[in-house]
Design a protein around this ligand. Structure first.
Ligand code: BGC
Length: 821
């Protein structure tokens, strides 16, 4: 490997600055005559999305090279299978090598705080332990082939609404116990080459210049040794970012930020030594990836094999939610297949992770492939929610003389995407009406669901079976067939709770919010931690899923009755397959602190095992619990501590189906345990509260809450969004233009949902990106003038804007600050 110290010494200031940001959307800078290589990144996480043109900012979401589209993270999570996540990582890495990609941008481990987050399909779970285990396995899988990953989006980015500017207001304990552990586990177990900071501020400080996150926690506490890259367009203050530990800005800022960094060094705002730390990490990263290319050059991608793996993951990640015995279907049953989603299955979500699948098999494709006999009707128009009476009648007709109706419904493309959140938890109206109408026929009605997150299923008692395929990847049609006909036995379990109504979600009142802040008022009570503590009925609990066989649990043994918080506890138990076919069971181990000074959740997941069993077979399994399994994050001492006392160890088939229980006494020398009994008492009885009182959250947060008021004249700055500019006529005009023309930068013939994403993204784009991400089209002075104009200085503002555009004429961009690049 090159001597990095020597190379660093040989770099000019301009060259150093050039290394701190990309040169295109997907490439880092190279310094040719010093042999510093350029590195190529491409989106994941469930396949490679290498754009066909090296897009500059005028292009957005270009077509990409065909690759295997694996099931998305929500489906991978429902496998609860770290081995398969590892295998998927290996396969994606092989395709990355095949396509010349050095780093895959994934996985995403943000927590599913609310079912409505538009990107839930790209994230694993509402539970940080499960998310962290699967993420670490995936990263290890990719990196075992000498291809890098980018763990994202660091951190507390659980909604799309105003994602670039809204501050996630979260108390320290929730941050440590809910929003960070999946990152922490992945860093400690897998050291991803890169970590992508999120767009949003956390408690008022942008992730991209958040020293506490990027340096103090990530590097100093967790021992991270890779680089931090900005999410695309996330940089708020580049110079502060250098000091905070943000190494690479992506995509290119066309030299603007290089200049800012260089000026900061020249003016003494930062020292060259500060910059060198970042540059050294960038050099280390670039040369490491270069060495990897040498080492992995003989790796070949086998796209056929990967299609089969995608099928296996889809089978293992599908969750059977209901079955009165109709499934598995007999091969000779006369079937009507209804629903456009059977023909055009929803196999992935939308946005930066959208893969161009090399091969794609929907359910009806597979039926045709094996020459099955079936009737088919669309049932609804996938592009609109309303009922089409003709289609509805055709569907009913098609079902009339059949034994079984297989009805494919779910969230269509317009519902879930990066860039916007869902506005409700319901399925499209036409889908619900179809269920109602078909259920009146007294046929066996089997529902196959597609979608990337929890959905409301009001008709659940009127159908015979529900198989949730989630977003099943390119081979989902085949997987679905194999599950329905019993060629594969469903074994997936939910990695998220399905509430009955969205109003039951603890963040219902505190989701999206804005314009300034979104308050994570429910604190640690996310997902089942809330539902189980509040004893609230749910549609399907966390960890739930059915099989074609049954399992019995027995013989719970703990290695000790009493331990100290430094000891480990072995928990073992037996699982028996009590049914007639082989199957796999996912057993979950939860821990409950029986009595505590600090408020705690009813139970939380600390371990899980997935075990395959032949009919009648019994296996004994064991897991190890350690200090973290009993600890809470103690803000008094800024560390994980255990409060002495009894803890229940619960083994279950879901968070609501605990089948074995025992107790252990844990002692520790923890003295200081904060109590919020009087200052924030609602957290001790969370079920009694529809809304969390301001006072309680304020006391937990330890500071005043910020008033969310619409931006007015005087409030517009670089972090105001284009959508906020309605404060003066020119702002209104720009807002209108951004909305109108944003869809035009998408590739020709883009579907509606992609246009919607572009429009929503444009309106929530902060003004700072208007000059940093437009390839020099909009000079910074113009934006400065616009801000003045919007803030009530019309003449000065207009003058600056006109001056800015005039000065732009003849200016050279990029090249000035990209020597040798
Ligand atoms: C997304 C990232 C993605 C990046 C590059 C951003 O908008 O948030 O997840 O990796 O774009 O496409």
């Amino acid at each position: 490997m090159a001597n990095l110290e020597n190379i660093l010494q040989s770099l000019t200031l301009e060259e150093k600055c050039a290394l701190c940001s990309g040169v295109t959307n997907w490439r880092t800078a190279c310094i040719k005559d010093k042999n510093v290589p350029s590195i190529m990144v491409a989106d994941g996480p469930h396949g490679i999305r290498k754009e066909l043109v090296s897009a500059d900012v005028a292009n957005f979401m270009q077509d990409s090279m065909p690759s295997t589209c694996f099931p998305t993270a929500v489906t991978v999570a429902s496998t609860w299978d770290a081995d398969i996540a590892y295998k998927m990582g290996e396969a994606i890495a092989e395709e990355a090598v095949d396509q010349g990609v050095d780093v895959v941008l994934g996985p995403g481990v943000n927590i599913k705080r609310n079912p409505l987050c538009g990107r839930n399909f790209e994230y694993f779970s509402e539970d940080p332990y499960l998310a962290g285990e699967l993420s670490a396995a995936y990263v290890n899988g990719v990196q075992s082939k000498k291809v890098g990953t980018s763990l994202k989006h660091f951190a507390v980015n659980s909604q799309e609404h105003r994602r670039m500017t809204i501050s996630s207001e979260v108390d320290e304990r929730a941050l440590r116990e809910i929003y960070l552990p999946a990152f922490e586990n992945t860093v400690k177990k897998a050291q991803p080459y890169t970590i992508m900071c999120s767009y949003n501020p956390i408690n008022g400080v942008h992730a991209s210049d958040n020293k506490m996150l990027l340096n103090d926690i990530l590097r100093e506490e967790w021992g991270y040794n890779g680089i931090v890259v900005s999410d695309w367009g996330a940089v708020n203050d580049r110079v502060k970012g250098i000091l905070a530990g943000l190494d690479l800005e992506m995509p290119t800022s066309n030299g603007i930020r290089d200049k800012e960094i260089a000026e900061a060094v020249k003016s003494g705002k930062i020292t060259e030594a500060d910059l060198d730390k970042v540059v050294m990490r960038m050099l280390d990263f670039a040369f490491r990836c270069q060495k990897d290319r040498e080492e992995h050059k003989d790796i070949k991608a086998d796209y056929d094999k990967n299609f089969d793996l995608a099928c296996e993951i889809s089978e293992k990640g599908a969750v059977m939610l209901k079955n009165d015995g109709i499934l598995p279907l007999k091969k000779d049953a006369k079937i009507a297949v209804i629903g456009n989603l059977a023909k055009k299955m929803r196999y992935q979500g939308s946005g930066s992770s959208r893969i161009n699948p090399k091969k794609l098999t929907s359910f009806t494709d597979y039926l045709d492939e094996i020459k099955a006999d079936y009737s088919y009707a669309d049932g609804y128009d996938p592009d609109c929610d309303g009922i089409d009476k003709t289609m509805l009648a055709q569907a009913v007709n098609s079902a009339a003389d059949k034994d079984v109706v297989l009805l494919f419904i779910g969230l269509t493309d317009n519902y879930e995407s990066e860039g916007f959140d869902r506005s409700h938890m319901d399925l499209p109206m036409a889908h619900n009406v179809l269920v109602e109408e078909l259920s009146k026929l007294n046929k066996n009605l089997v529902i196959v669901l597609s979608g990337g997150s929890a959905m409301a299923l009001p008709w659940i008692n009127k159908v015979n079976a529900v198989l949730n395929m989630y977003l099943c990847g390119c081979a989902g049609g085949k997987a679905c067939y194999r599950l329905i006909y019993g060629e594969a036995n469903p074994c997936g379990k939910l990695a998220e709770t399905f509430p009955i109504s969205i109003k039951d979600n603890p963040a219902y009142l505190y989701f999206q919010m804005g314009p300034q802040t979104v308050e994570y008022r429910e604190s640690i009570f996310v997902g089942y931690r809330y539902f189980d503590s509040a004893k609230k009925q749910v549609r399907f609990p966390f960890g739930y899923g059915l099989s074609y066989t049954t399992f019995a649990y027995s013989d719970l043994k703990l290695s000790a009755e009493e331990i100290t918080d430094n000891d480990k506890l072995e928990v073992s138990f037996a699982i028996t397959n009590t049914g007639k076919v082989k199957g796999a069971e996912i057993a979950q181990v939860y821990v409950k602190d029986v009595e505590s000074t600090i408020f705690r959740e009813e139970k939380s997941l600390k371990a899980f095992v997935k075990v395959e069993l032949k009919a009648g077979e019994t296996k004994t399994v064991s897991v190890t619990l350690d200090k973290r399994s009993f600890a809470f994050y103690n803000t008094e001492v800024s560390d994980w501590t255990v409060e002495s006392g009894d803890f229940e160890i619960m083994v279950g088939a879901s968070s609501r189906d605990i089948v074995l229980e025992s107790k252990v006494k844990v002692t520790s020398d923890t003295k200081a345990v904060p109590s919020y009994m009087s200052s924030a008492s609602c957290y001790y009885n969370i079920g009694d509260y529809g809304d969390i009182p301001d006072k309680d959250f304020r006391n937990l947060l330890g500071r005043e809450l910020i008033d969310n008021v619409p931006l007015a004249k005087g409030d517009i700055d670089y972090n105001a969004c284009l959508g906020d500019l309605g404060v003066c006529w020119i702002g209104k005009l720009l807002k209108w233009a951004a909305y109108k023309f944003s869809a035009k930068i998408m590739p020709k013939d883009s579907p509606e949902f992609m246009k919607k994403m572009a429009q929503k993204s444009a309106l929530s784009m902060p003004l700072r990106n208007a000059f940093a991400m437009t390839n020099g089209l909009v000079p910074q002075r113009v934006v400065d003038g616009l801000i003045k104009r919007c803030n009530g200085k019309p003449f000065q503002g207009m003058g600056m804007m006109i001056g800015g555009f005039l000065a732009k004429k003849g200016t050279k961009k990029i090249e000035l600050y990209r020597p040798n690049v």
